[in-house]
Design a protein around this ligand. Structure first.
Ligand SMILES: Cc1cc2nc3c(=O)[nH]c(=O)nc-3n(C[C@H](O)[C@H](O)[C@H](O)COP(=O)(O)O)c2cc1C
Length: 194
């Protein structure tokens, strides 16, 4: 049994904010930018839909709203310090690719660049912007995905708030209805959402 005590509402995000931190790249009028983001969630298998919250105070917000395109790049622990540095600066004043020595690679379907140093990159288009005005919430569709297949267990970093990160590690294999095998057997009826 867990013995629970009350937890401040202002800290709740620290319990749930555990997907991998991604570096969102955008581009407008020849200006490329990078923004770390951890408030994102999967919303659909295929086509993959990803919901994300991007503050309207960030330079990336205006760019994404205008161009409707971005790339979600997934870094591993080796880039942790760079991730934090990117989050402490704004593309309004800083060329983050140059300052943090990251390498842009041309994408296939969007103008924003992939980051060569990240193990995966997801090219995205804004599929639905209806909740942007109210919640700064963008629904993205992944239109092209890239991955380094040599990395079997990428040590992604997961923000815990207040400058703390959890590094991905242990893997457990347990029988579950959420496998691709179960999905493919009966594609018309998806397994229940977790
Ligand atoms: C680990 C980490 C996670 C972050 N997650 C988000 C997020 O989910 N949404 C957001 O709007 N800002 C997030 N930020 C803050 C932005 O990355 C930060 O404000 C950045 O400087 C904005 O850059 P820009 O002005 O060039 O767009 C995060 C920062 C860090 C370091």
């Amino acid at each position: 049994m867990m013995k629970k005590t009350s937890f401040p509402l202002s800290e709740v995000y620290r319990l749930l904010e555990s997907g991998p931190v991604v570096l969102v790249t955008t581009a407008r009028a020849g200006r490329a930018n990078i923004m770390p983001m951890s408030w994102h969630l999967m919303m659909e298998f295929e086509p993959p839909l990803v919901g994300c919250v991007i503050s309207d105070r960030n330079y990336s917000f205006e760019t994404l709203k205008t161009t409707k395109e971005c790339v979600l790049n997934i870094p591993t622990v080796e880039l942790a310090k760079t991730v934090v540095d990117c989050g402490n600066t704004s593309g309004r004043r800083t060329d983050k690719f140059k300052t943090f020595e990251l390498t842009p690679v041309a994408a296939k379907s969007v103008k924003a660049s992939l980051i060569a140093e990240c193990y995966a990159s997801l090219e995205c288009k804004v599929r639905d912007g209806k909740l942007v005005a109210k919640y700064n919430f963008f629904i993205l569709e992944v239109v092209q995905a890239w991955i380094d297949p040599t990395l079997k267990r990428p040590p992604t970093i997961h923000h815990q708030g207040e400058g703390e990160f959890m590094v991905a590690g242990r893997i457990l294999h347990l029988p579950s209805k959420m496998t691709s095998l179960a999905r493919n057997k009966n594609p018309a009826r998806r397994p229940p959402r977790p």
